[in-house]
Ligand binder design. Sequence first.
Ligand code: S3P
Length: 440
Amino acid sequence: MNNAVTAYPSGPLAGMITAPGDKSMSHRAVIFGALATGETHVTGLLRGDDILATISAMKALGAKVKENTDGSWTIKGVGEAGLKAPKDVIDCGNAGTGVRLIMGAAAAYNLTATFSGDESLRSRPMGRVLNPLREMGVETTAEAGDRLPATITSNGQLTPIDFTPPHASAQVKSAILLAGLRAEGTTTVRETKLSRDHTENMLRAFGVEVISRPKDDGQIVSITGPARLKATKINIPGDPSSAAFMVVAALITPGSNVVIENVMMNPTRVGLFETLAEMGGEIRADNFRKSGGEVIADLQVRHSALRGVHVPPGRAPSMIDEYPVLAVAAAHARGETIMEGIEELRVKESDRISATVEMLRRNGVEITETSDGMRVRGGPVTGGQTVQTHHDHRIAMSALILGLAAENPVSIDDASMIATSFPSFFNIMKTIGADMQSSS
Ligand code: S3P
């Protein structure tokens, strides 16, 4: 099927919209609910393909998950009975977070399970999770380079480890902590840079004691097993990584004034908003309140004259998924924007450095690729070209946002992956007046 879509120069964008449920928290709510004793009730869950894949996986491992008529979800966890070996290969679709966290969670039990995914997921490195699991006593087989499909076999009696991940990664931290839940003793992860802390926060909501001590720019986080999760109620706030597309769209499209409600403002996630504010972006956050244990706010964003900035590399973990759309903002800024220390982008759903460079260069933007980043020189964006999305939802959405404020329309070859993280993207963009049309 041809899923090509074109974004036409639009605007001004205006109106009030709500950010969809946070993807990171949605994965965790499903996985933790599946492990817990009792029934967990989840509101605000993201109904994206990545989360639906995680729901199928947790069902295959023994949990019962059901969607209620009001859009909330009930998860009956396995509790003391534990996860069971799945009958078939678990297909995690496009979801790196899903597969890495579920491998960690499953490894705590006496079972064998094989995991796979789509073409993009099968190309991504799994050694970062398989290696610490091996240290804990899990037997594994995987494709060359520790790629999927991968099989884990555990006797359910893992050895706790004290592990320092080589790069900031909430997925790796979470997989180790989940495997450590049933290991006798203390499992510790030493982060040199703090990554998103949803696992720590949500495990606490499920009654698990998680000890985290700040250390320099990072933290030492540990749990002592065996630890039990008790079912709870979770409300998932809006995803700042999805709100990012509407924020940048409003900043670069002349005359725009958009309010985005329900945006999670966890400090480990808001690096993009800080950077855009430094670039001169008018983003006003107000109505701060708490939801699902996180601080949320409404963001009012107006079209702004942006200027290029040097993004501090230390900020990368708090905006790791937002660099492609930041590059779109930078294309509309005066001067140069320098992004560095982001080599991790090369192993996301696509090589996001080269995909972003290709997207912007094709559409007339001056951009330089470096081994660990990119430099964008702002100026007129001619547009008029089709962008290859490489099975990457964030490249697809970034390219469409680029088209809204370019001189000519911008097309993407395939919009289907957008449903992994943001199934309501086209509806929401339409609500605020963005002209995006199927070009199949
Ligand atoms: C995520 C962690 C990040 C991020 C991903 C979601 C999570 O990946 O890019 O989209 O929910 O833990 P890394 O752990 O590889 O940095």
